[in-house]
Each structure stands twice: as structure tokens, then as C-alpha cells.
Design a protein around this ligand. Sequence first.
Ligand code: MRU
Length: 349
Amino acid sequence: MSIPLSIQWTDQQLVILDQQKLPHIIEYIELNTIEDVYDAILKLKVRGAPAIGITAAYGLAIAAQRHEPESLEAFHHYVRKDASYLAESRPTAVNLVWALERLLAAVQQAKTVEEAKALLIDEAVKIHQEDEESCRSIGDYALSLLEGQTRVMTICNAGSIATAKYGTALAPFHLGSERGKTFEVFACETRPVFQGSRLTVWELQQSGVDVTLITDSMAAHTIGAKEIEAIIVGADRIAANGDTANKIGTLNLALLAAAYQIPFYVAAPVSTFDLSIENGKNITIEERHPDEITHIGGEPIAPIGTKVFNPAFDVTPGHLITAIITEKGVILPEYDKNISSLLGAHTGK
Ligand code: MRU
């Protein structure tokens, strides 16, 4: 039993687990160019807010190694251009822009082009390593909150393969498994892109966690029938007032948690907060290709030409969230005050 990893950086080579092929094909692919990285993020070969940030950071560093500019100034220009290109790959997870901006800030210290190239790689590696530490810490805090609870529901995949290791919402299950605390996890997101069935179920099975798959429409019934005691989810962007964007269907679960009066936890690193955004109304929600809804495995399941609305994320208002679990500690309502006091200057963007 082991916790799966999705991003590897060895001997200056970026390798990712192709998550589009899971759960039946375990294939690792090399990303050699900025276009490879853009394409991998766009096509969900690598996904999950922190993993997108880490991969984009490596992508920017890889692209920079190829530039042979006439001056340091010209180099900065190319790197900024590359960062803007990568930032366009997916719009909702703020970790993407956060990671790219961290590299752009780090590279300012360089005195030569060679130094700048090395700094970019160092900073990407740092982001990767720090994310693993953050997720471990989130897992510790989440384990304390879930001390008296065993049956927990989650949605999508906010797991090890969505981060450097451990995950956010799934971190307490992995750490619990290492420490002898058993959970019964109920996993959703069977549409539009099967992140629960293909990814979370696979990941938790790999590390020996008890996991049961349900379809999203079964959540309300299952909370009652299986006496679910808490819901824990990840996040793609958290506004200053606690409003949280996460995989489509998260809002449904938050409303159900309120109706059943069970806790609804959001688990996310500091890099997922965007204090430049006052509330969730200003979060850009990615809309994806209609084929994700009209087709399964390439086969049409709706009349050809059917009109489709396919938002990839929704926004859960802060008032439905019992607590936000970060690597720096647990944030309780009132979020507009408590988020900024815990995070200080550390914000996603
Ligand atoms: O479309 P995805 O798979 O990138 O969506 C992922 C999620 O919504 C996750 O819950 C979120 O990014 C947090 S990952 C730790």
C-alpha cells in the first residue's frame, strides 16, 4: 500500500502521471516543453489546484532554460510572456497564477541570465516541496477536527495526485491510515468528468483506505442512509470572505450538510486564497467542452447538437462552511475577519 504521487522532478526532467488514463492505465509521461505543460493542464492530465501550480512552475522553469537572450532584460521579457501563456491554461484555480507569480518575483534577484535560469528551477522545486509539507499539516489539523467521526463524504479528487503528496481533503484519510485511524469514505463526482470514480476511489484504494463510490445524485439519500458524519472538500480559489470555488457539485453537498446539520469542511493551502477577491461572485468559473456531458468514452449519450451548460466549478458561500483547514491552522467563521488575520500577507494572488 502506498500513497500515489503525480509529479516527479528528477535530473531536470518533469514527469507526470497521466490522470486522464486512470484508473486502468498507469502511465507516466514526460513534459519537455511549455506547450506540453499547457496541454497537460488544459486536458486534465494533471489537475487539482496545487498540482496545477507546481506543474506550471516547472513548465515556466523548463521553458526558460531554452531562451538564449541578448540581455537579462530580454530574458525577463520572455519569461513574463511564457508566464502569461501558462496562466491561460485554466482560469479557476488561483494556485496556477500564484505559482507563476512566485517564480517571476524570485527571478528578479538574478544578476545574470544563467543565475536567473537556476533560480527559476530552485523556486519551482521549493513550491513542490513546500506543498507536501503544507498538505501534511492540513492532514494533521483535519485529523483533529474529525477525531470523533468515521463516515465522511468527499467530492472530486483533492488528494495526493492533486498536490505534491497527501492532498488536502484526502490528507486526513492517508495520515489516518498511517496512524491506525480508520475512516469510511464516500466519494462523489461521477459526472461530468468522473474525478471521484476514476481518481479518488483509485487513490484511496492504493493507500488502503475504505472507500465507497456513489453517484452525485445519491448524496442526499446516502447522508441519511449511511449516517455520514461530516463532509470534507478541497478548493480551487477562496475569496476574502470565505466563499469557495471547488468542483461542480460541491455547493450541493454544502447545502445538504446544512440540511442534515453535519459539519462541512474546506481543506486548502494558503496558496488557494485570493484576498484580492472580496467574494465568490468575482471568481471566474471555467466552462468546459460540451462533449464532457454529451459523450462518455467517446460515445454519444445525448441527441447530436444538444445545447449544453458545463461549468467545471461552483461557489459555496462562506456561511455554509463550518471551518477552513489550512497548513497554518483552522479558520472559523467569521471569515472576512478571520481569514486575513490568520494569513496576514500570505495570499494566493
Ligand atoms: O477540475 P479539477 O479536477 O482540477 O478540479 C479539482 C478540484 O476541484 C479540487 O477539489 C481542487 O482543485 C483542490 S485539489 C487539492
